[in-house]
Design a protein around this ligand. Structure first.
Ligand code: TEU
Length: 557
């Protein structure tokens, strides 16, 4: 789909649903499609334009649907095809588009292609996957799985190894094989033909591997990230499917670069509409290692946003996000999930939503849901968390240290059930859910948020409206105003007609700030903030920001 100046998704906000944890309509303890349908009015009230649904296809659910065993059918845990058709229709009637998750870097090892490849070395499906002979009597190389351990698994029957960059039940597809590329086109066309509006492409920048499979001095990622043919494969998909159906597309880009992202989402749109990257969410990693507890490095966070906002301006298009189903809750992470939960959640929302790109809201973020603060390994469900628990203990960390790290870094932090109301199980289900509800649901839930006109929910609602109203949010350029400030994150967006200043206190202190000299106070309004302000008037250039305070000033030029 072309990135010309007026694409619908330039002023849109997309809401991510993780169906297993969203709403259970059937007393099973897991969410489902009918549950989603029952909440469409709520999402409509929030003001979102589209829903991204994480995978709903048939799957053994080793990785909650990112291990697909049949791309053409709905996982019975979530419902059936008629439920999906009803969702599509009802959402469309309410003006909400549906974006499906496409996982084509790998399939489940239960997929019939892989089963056939395993059963017979001469099967036409053998070459759908990546097989290598042993080297020096062991794994073909030292590449690491993203979930821990070596990325190769021996098939003892054939004596060969297959590659799995994720779990061993997720075998990487061989994109060098043209038949695989045609299968992928067929899968996506099938859903586009049904009327699905777009696709989120899971780890799509990992599909093209360096064919010689060399040893690495680290984990191997440089040999498959943004690999040799990835742009060519995406151009082909775009020509044959996305442009044909007018699909919006967002690629999940793991450990990528600005230059590649400019090309993936270039304004001439030969590849994708927009891209996710994760660099800003590695600013609380010690030495680049996720499995550590380190405070946010605000200077680094600002540098990264500055680099990407300026680098993508007029070149590509970014997906903006703090949260998703793989990330801890942002209010617990970069905010304060206790005393200043409401203020810091609103501040974080404004800080992100005033940037250029398409914002994504992950279910529960709009009511400032927190990490669930699980305390025992028995509360975790995520395979990555359970693997890392074992690995960290083997490395010699104490159990309490490991549990502390999981409580802040585990993917399950975002997967606890959506908190709808103060009934048992937070209104998510009538029975015990597959993963425990956070115990703060009596205070933090949708019903309360809707009743409180000062809630985080209404702050998000207002941000979504502002994006639609103000061109400067969509098109303005970006300058970081206080790159070296240890507590404030202030940036300015400018077009010929408007100037927007987004000023955010990332600390629990009062912080003095002097507004820029060239700001014309008489023509400036405070358009959204998270503390009471008397009117919209700014009386002086010297202001004091309260803990986690955020203000957004708009000057008409
Ligand atoms: O995630 C890709 C990815 O690399 C991560 O964000 C991953 O969770 C992280 O590296 C683990 O530390 C995508 C999906 O979003 C994720 O849920 C899947 O598990 C993964 O791909 C495999 O399909």
């Amino acid at each position: 789909m072309k990135n010309t100046h007026n694409e619908w998704w330039h002023k849109a906000t997309i809401y991510q649903i993780y169906p297993k944890s969203f709403c259970d309509s059937g007393g099973k303890g897991t969410g489902d499609i009918q549950g989603i349908i029952s909440k469409l009015d709520y999402l409509h009230t929030l003001g979102i334009d589209a829903i991204w649904l994480t995978p709903i296809y048939c799957s053994p659910m080793i990785d909650n649907g990112y291990d697909i065993s049949d791309y053409y059918n709905i996982n019975p845990d979530f419902g059936c095809m008629a439920d999906f058709d009803q969702l599509l229709l009802t959402a469309h009637q309410k003006g909400i588009r549906i974006i499906l998750d496409i996982v084509v870097n790998h399939t489940s090892t239960e997929h019939q292609w892989f089963q056939s490849a395993l059963a017979d070395k001469n099967s036409p499906y053998r070459d759908y996957y990546i097989w290598q002979d042993p080297r020096n009597g062991g794994e073909p190389n030292n590449w690491q799985s993203k979930f821990g351990g070596n990325a190769w698994k021996l098939d003892s029957k054939s004596g060969q190894y297959y590659l799995h960059l994720f779990a061993e039940q997720q075998a990487d597809l061989n994109w060098e094989n043209p038949k695989v590329r045609v299968e992928v086109e067929n899968v996506i066309s099938f859903w586009a033909e049904k009327g699905v509006d777009g696709f989120r492409l899971d780890v799509i920048n990992l599909i093209s591997k360096q064919a010689s499979f060399p040893e690495d001095d680290t984990d191997g990622r440089k040999f498959y990230t943004d690999g040799p043919h990835v742009h060519q494969y995406l151009q082909r998909l775009s020509e044959s499917v996305f442009n044909k159906y007018g699909s919006v597309t967002v690629g999940e880009m793991s450990s990528t670069t600005l230059q590649h992202c400019q090309q993936y989402s270039a304004t001439d749109s030969k590849e994708l509409s927009m891209v996710f990257n994760f660099h800003h969410l590695k600013t609380d990693y010690k030495n680049g290692d996720k499995w550590t507890n380190a405070p946010l490095d605000l200077l680094q966070l600002k540098q990264i946003f500055n680099y990407w906002q300026q680098g993508m301006h007029n070149k590509g298009w970014s997906a903006l996000f703090w949260c998703n189903h793989d990330q801890p809750r942002i209010v617990s992470r970069f905010g304060d999930d206790k005393k200043y939960r409401v203020q810091s959640a609103k501040m974080l929302a404004s800080a992100l939503h005033m940037m250029q790109g398409t914002p994504y809201i992950y279910q529960g973020e709009e009511i400032a849901m927190t990490n669930p603060h699980y305390q025992s390994i028995s509360q975790y469900r995520d395979l990555e968390s359970i693997n890392m628990y074992k690995i960290m203990l083997e490395e010699g960390k104490s159990e309490s240290e490991v549990l502390d790290i999981l409580a802040s870094k585990s993917r399950d932090n975002s997967r606890s059930p959506m908190q709808w109301n103060e009934h048992a199980q937070a209104g998510f289900s009538t029975v015990e859910p597959w993963i425990q509800v956070a115990d703060n649901y009596l205070a933090i839930n949708v019903e309360n948020a809707l009743l409180d006109k000062n809630s985080v929910f209404y702050h998000y609602q207002k941000l979504l409206k502002l994006r639609k109203q103000l061109n400067v949010i969509c098109h303005g350029d970006y300058i970081d105003l206080e790159a070296d400030h240890e507590q404030l994150f202030c940036y300015q967006r400018t077009t010929l007609q408007q100037k927007l200043l987004c000023i955010n206190n990332f600390s629990a202190d009062n912080v003095d700030y002097r507004l820029p000299n060239d700001l014309d106070l008489d023509n400036t309004k405070n358009i959204i903030c998270n503390y009471d302000w008397i009117g919209n008037e700014l009386m002086s250039k010297n202001i004091t920001l309260r803990p986690f305070e955020s203000i957004v000033l708009l000057q008409q030029c």
